[in-house]
Structure formats: C-alpha cells, structure tokens
Design a binder for this molecule. Sequence first.
Ligand code: 5AD
Length: 350
Amino acid sequence: MKKMYTLPELENMLTCRGEEENRLYSEAKRVKNENIGNNVYLRGLIEISNICTKDCYYCGIRKSNTETARYTLSDNEIIEAADFAYTHHFGSIVLQGGERSDKEFVNRITRLLREIKKNSNNELGITLSLGEQTEDTYKRWKDAGAHRYLLRIETSNPELYAKIHPNNPLHSHSTRLKCLESLQHCGYQTGTGVMIGLPFQTITDLANDLLFLQSMDIDMVGMGPYLEHHATPLYEYRHLLLPLQERLRLSIHMVAALRLLMPDINIAATTALQAIDPAGREKALEIGANVVMPNITPTTNRTLYKLYENKPGTHEGAAESMRKLEESIFKSGCKVAYGTWGDSRHFQSR
Ligand code: 5AD
C-alpha cells in the first residue's frame, strides 16, 4: 500500500496551482474513494480541562497565559458528554485536555475510562489526546479502555520545534518522538500531525513532515493551519505569516498529498480549517479527509478552551452544530457512518 514520492515531488504538490492543483485534488479524491470509500467517522470531542503544565509559544492555553480563566470539567460533565455521544451513535469520543501528568490526574483518567466503557457496554471507542506521558501511564490508560491516542509532533523539524517551544527539557522534540513510539509499542492506534503555516516554516519542512508521517507508519493524522493567538509569544512574528487563505490552501494541499502517500489511514478535517473558512472542513473531506470531531464539551466551558482565536462553534448548542455538520458532510459528497468505532483501515490491516 506504500506509495513513495520524492521530496521535490511533494514540494511541488504543496505549491502547485491551476490545472496541476485540480489534478492533485481529483487524484486524492479518487485514491480516498478507492481505498476507504466516502464514509465520515465522528469522534465527539470533550475538552476536559484547559489547565496545562506546558508553555508552548503558539498555544492560547499555555501555562503563562494569565488572561485565560481555567476550568476542569467535573466527572459528571465528562460522563454525560460521553453518554451524549453514545446515545447519538457517534461511535467514539476523544478526551482532550491540557497536559498534566500528576498522579491524581492519571488516576482520575483511569477511573473515567473504566466508567465510560462500563456505561456504554464497551461499545464507545475512546481516543485520548492528553499529551506526553510515561509508557506506564499510556499502558494503564490502554488497559482501562482507551484504544487510540493523538499526539501531534507539531513539526518534524527539530530546529523549528525548538523555535516554537521554550528551551527546557519539558519541551523536547526527542521526548515527543519517544512518546509516539511508546504509544505504538503499547498497541494504540496512533495519531499525530503538524501545524501548517507556522512562522519560520518552509515548504521543504512541510514536505518532510509528510515523509515523516509515512515513515512513522502512523494510523491517523490531524493537521491544520497555525492560527495566531494574541496572548502568546509567537504573536510577535505574525508579520511572517502567509495570508489566512493561503494557509488554508496549503493545509488542503497537505491533506491531499498525505492521502496520496497513505491511502488507508484516517485523516481528520480539523476545526482550525473551519476557523479560516466555514467551508474549510468540507473541502478537506471532499479531497481526502474522513474524520470529523464535533465538539460536545458542555457549552459553558467551550469558550475557555481557546488554543487560537475565532475558534468556530464556541456559542452553539449540540443539536445546532450536529445539524450543520450533517449538512456540510453531505455537501462534500460524503456520508456519516454512525455507530462504529471507525478504526483506520491501515490499523486493521496490520
Ligand atoms: N493554531 C493552530 N493549532 C494550534 N494548536 C495549539 N495552538 C494552536 C494554534 N495557535 C494545536 C496543536 C496541538 C493541538 C491540540 O492544537 O497542534 O497539538
């Protein structure tokens, strides 16, 4: 299933225009439909807390941002949100939150996983997106019922990684890589991804990111445009950024190119695409993505989970966003597959 492309070929895919761009899109669409069909899988996203021990220069919920009120959902709120996903036949949920690794937190997640699995008769699939942890923690959470894990590498270039993170051992590129390997070792379906259009990032960096995803034999990818947040250190470099529409276009090209490289993985149409253009996610689904993560965090806390500004859907109720979502998936020529975990074919065929 592995298709090889050279770095110059990938760079060209990311920058092509006109006829070539149309060919890239139609080829990616064909490869997707041939390999995995037009099903779109839902993961109900529950943003459990915006408390974070990390201080990433790009992120609105970084530890040093004192402008953000901090929240943590109660056990009940998390369990009720999971129940909403279960009764609405989403098939799976994602528990995402700021990074913490204290004992109390690790134990709490373990307990919640068991409870959610029990409440759903083991039917609900659970993905975690809770940052860097020890292999022992990853194992415990897997034993308690999680089976997929998302940890973005953010960029595969260690030098660029160093520019967008503080220079301390908490923010090391090699630790992040080791975590991804631990996750694969523990048997998780492992997802990673990058931000697209970061200051200092080149087209070659992004082409290398694509080769990195392929060489890691990753099962799922979530990647989207970098969006500046005023209360972060990287905001200072906003004059270096591509215009928003160009960042969106580059992100769509990344999705299409990745689909050509990895025909049977799960690729998410991310919220950050939608933040630039209301139809951004649709476009990604049309040309290569097959996963959407509707936000099912209780609305009172949703406005506080701001990784970047103008985050869409922060004021809507669940029913309203579901209706909109169904409509946009339909418009992109795909259909929602309810009541299934929607594992990546790539993982299944291992
Ligand atoms: N713009 C876009 N994506 C961001 N993330 C964090 N901050 C931003 C931002 N300003 C992404 C990171 C992280 C994920 C949870 O959100 O890639 O891994």
